[in-house]
Design a protein around this ligand. Structure first.
Ligand SMILES: [Zn+2]
Length: 358
């Protein structure tokens, strides 16, 4: 199906993204370059081969691919490169601001000789270059890899404390929140309460993943034990009407990633996905790309999914954009200024693509 005027309108809309992983956003060409740079083997030698490797059979395979990508990042320059690349991709898709998840602990745990200072130096260099050259703003959600905090089913906190320490130390270099990622199975939120309490006491926001690989109890636990202000994914909340009612009443933003959910087998197809139902009920929905090249998607394509699969029109697409902006952790004055700018652009884009307001 060729793109319609509405698709062009959606692609041109000014946007904010709240749920995307830096290491999961490395473009295939850059993956190959990093492998060459460090003479590291990959299971594929070209972009087509990489895409084949990305065909996930289960969450375990996904984590294996993810760890292999992380293993390619070995110097401050690597982190600078992928952040700068990410900024270019943001500008291309009219994403003005992104809160990007990054998992420093795994880079230290992989024993590559990297220090926390190396990592943040690279991230900060890339963030500044992206801002200067592309006019986009990046903030960080530093996340705890939940599975590395358990051994034999017992919480050890191994990944929690160092992650919180880095997140707090990097507050002046764009860190706005603490996250919690990985496979929820066998790694419930409650033991991480102390980590999130420390982060919140230090002025960071709480944005854990929940309700992706485990159902409603993971979301309830994140709200109650972690003070979650947004839920990463949260789609499986739809299995519990009381939870859905609570999320609607409190207007807790859900960072929904439709194509990611299909690729990782959370839902069989878009028809089974609860996005539209949650939206119609009045839940606070945002739409995001999660790990775009790994799922062969982009944020713009996810807006296309809203049109093609969920029947969204222009006003709803604008609302999705504003929902992300308002649910961001930007300071209120910055949000208000951006919203004014976004609204001005919406009107122009409607006229340009949809022939309105002439
Ligand atoms: Zn995620």
């Amino acid at each position: 199906m060729p793109p319609s005027p509405l698709h062009h309108f959606a692609a041109a809309l000014p946007k904010v993204e709240l749920h995307v992983h830096l290491e999961g956003a490395i473009l295939p060409a850059t993956v190959l370059e990093l492998a060459r740079r460090h003479a590291l083997p990959l299971p594929a030698q070209d972009e087509a081969g990489l895409r084949q490797w990305y065909r996930f059979t289960n969450f375990r395979h996904f984590i294996d691919v993810y760890l292999a990508l992380q293993n390619l990042l070995r110097t401050p320059e690597d982190f600078d490169l992928i952040t700068y690349d990410f900024g270019r991709e943001m500008a291309r898709q009219h994403i003005h601001y992104a809160e990007v998840t990054f998992t420093p602990f795994t880079h230290l745990w992989q024993d590559k000789g990297l220090t926390p200072d190396d990592i943040i130096a690279g991230l900060e260099a890339g963030r500044q270059r992206a801002q200067t050259e592309f006019g986009v703003a990046i903030a960080w959600v530093i996340d705890i890899p939940r599975n590395l905090s358990f051994r034999d089913g017992v919480y050890t906190g191994a990944a929690s404390d160092p992650t919180v320490e880095m997140a707090l130390a990097w507050r002046d270099r764009g860190v706005v929140a603490l996250g919690l990622g990985g496979n929820e199975v066998g790694a419930p939120p409650e033991p991480f309460a102390h980590a999130f309490a420390a982060a919140r006491a230090g002025g960071l926001h709480s944005a854990p993943h929940a309700g992706e690989t485990v159902g409603p109890e993971s979301v309830w636990g994140s709200l109650r034990a972690l003070g979650a202000e947004r839920i990463g994914h949260g789609v499986r909340s739809s299995e519990d009407p009381a939870l859905v009612a609570h999320l609607i009443e409190q207007q807790i933003p859900l960072e929904i990633n439709p194509t990611s959910n299909l690729c990782l087998g959370v839902y069989a197809d878009y028809a089974a996905h609860p996005l539209r139902r949650l939206w119609d009920l009045g839940a606070y929905v945002t739409v995001n790309s999660d790990d775009p090249p790994l799922f062969n998607t982009t944020l713009n394509q996810e807006y296309g999914v809203l049109i093609d699969q969920f029947g969204f029109g222009p006003a709803e697409l604008e609302q999705i954009s504003l929902n992300a902006l308002r649910a961001s952790f930007l300071p209120p004055a910055r949000k208000a200024a951006l919203e004014e700018d976004f609204r001005r652009q919406f009107a122009q884009l409607r006229q340009m693509f949809l022939g309105e307001g002439r």
